[in-house]
Design a binder for this molecule. Structure first.
Ligand code: SF4
Length: 411
């Protein structure tokens, strides 16, 4: 991290409050921020917020330059049947509900072939915790895809799914289970199901879900066997700045030990159709200042350990996503092609963005787009025509999904 000359620092920080100024000065000097620093920045408003975003944007330039990456990927949610009961989730269904679905291997494979025909390099596969599945179901998905599409990167199975599946696999240890998935062709895992890594908060959001230490164990073990992962945090519900700073510190500590996180993705809570908001009185999801603060604070707090900060356009929308990319973020995320989790909770930002649109949005803010692989290599796209949207597959989705009822905010 470079240290700008003092007069320039003075100009940049003019008009900020003393506490925010002190933290930003430390950051500009290249010093690692502590939890108390993050908590001060998480309260930034007005001039403090503007300067926080500018400093985070300058840090982003130092860390990764002016390029903005994106990935061509297709989401596949193989079932929405889930009995875990997270209160922030608008996606899960019980199996007798009209719009419950459980896709078989043929359906999943058809979606993978559709992804490849549309130039995807990755499929992101997650689903509800279906009580009738065993652990080998997850292996069979990976095995079937790799048998037909060996070059397609499989980014699949949240720590909650791995927690569930590894306990239903003939007494296999967690490490052996993850090794088996890796050997079958699993490429990376999503660092979802993290929400807020604090057990008091988790007991309110989802008491039947894996707790903080188990999430940490699964992600760390995945990294140790060579399965890298993303990292996430869900904000805008009942959490406090102290919960966020503790969560970020945990992620940074894991990264110092394993180096396995590919990126950090802050996920704003989509509140509309959730029990957490409608019955338990959570906040109204993430506000615009919260969206920008989370991007900026994560850039400053996680550097230099996690260099890629991703926006979630499906949570914040494309235009605010552009602002977030000028406030510390450097990755646009993916095309998704089929998003059904945020939409289920009431997001109105759609479920697909074409690569050309992503590149235009990036150029509009004066930055340089490039297509990446899941692990942030540069992808040279195969030279063949891209297939159009497969309307048959799109229309085969349950009505609730098509009309914007989609995965929960923590995905
Ligand atoms: S968030 Fe995931 S685990 Fe929780 S209820 Fe929804 S689908 Fe199930």
């Amino acid at each position: 991290m470079s240290t700008p000359r003092q007069p320039l620092t003075e100009t940049i920080l003019r008009g900020t409050s003393a506490p925010v100024r002190a933290v930003l000065e430390r950051s500009l000097e290249g010093r690692e921020l502590g939890r108390a620093d993050a908590e001060i920045l998480l309260g930034a408003l007005g001039r403090d917020l503007q300067v926080l975003c500018s400093v985070a944007d300058a840090a982003r330039f130092d860390d990764v330059g002016d390029e903005i990456s994106y990935v061509i990927c297709r989401n596949i949610n193989f079932t929405n049947i889930c009995y875990v009961g997270c209160s922030f989730c608008g996606f899960a269904r019980h199996k007798h509900e009209e719009d419950a679905y459980d896709r078989g291997l043929d359906d999943i494979l058809a979606r993978c072939h559709d992804a490849v025909a549309r130039n995807a390099s990755e499929v992101c596969i997650q689903g509800g915790i279906h009580p009738n599945k065993d652990g080998f179901w997850y292996r069979d998905i990976v095995r079937a895809i790799k048998a037909e599409l060996p070059d397609l990167h499989i980014h699949a199975f949240s720590p909650e799914e791995i927690h569930f599946a590894s306990q239903r696999c003939d007494g296999m240890s967690l490490r052996d289970y993850l090794t088996m998935l890796r050997d079958e062709g699993l490429g990376t895992i999503p660092g979802t199901a993290a929400e807020i890594l604090d057990d008091e908060v988790r007991m309110i959001l989802s008491p039947r879900k894996l707790m903080t230490e188990r999430w940490t164990e699964i992600v760390t073990t995945a990294h140790e066997v060579g399965l890298r992962s993303s990292s996430t945090l869900m904000y805008g519900h009942i959490e406090t700045p102290q919960h966020i700073s503790s969560h970020l510190e945990r992620l940074r500590d894991i990264q110092k030990r394993t180096g396995g996180f590919t990126e950090f993705v802050p996920l704003g809570f989509i509140h509309h159709k959730t029990r957490l908001f409608n019955e338990q009185g959570s906040r109204h999801g993430a506000s615009t200042p919260e969206d920008l603060r989370l991007i900026a604070v994560s850039r400053l707090f996680l550097r230099p350990w996690i260099k890629n900060v991703q926006i979630s356009w499906v949570k914040m929308g494309l235009k605010l996503g552009q602002v977030a990319l000028m406030s510390g973020a450097n990755d646009f995320g993916g095309t998704l092609m089929e998003e059904s989790i945020s939409n289920a909770a009431g997001s109105e930002h759609g479920d697909h963005v074409e690569p050309d649109t992503i590149e235009r949005l990036i150029r509009e803010i004066g930055r340089v787009p490039y297509e990446r692989t899941t692990t942030y290599g540069r992808r040279v796209r195969p030279a063949r025509a891209e297939a159009p949207l497969n309307l048959e597959l799109a229309q085969a989705r349950p009505a609730g999904e098509r009309h914007g009822v989609a995965l929960p905010s923590g995905y």
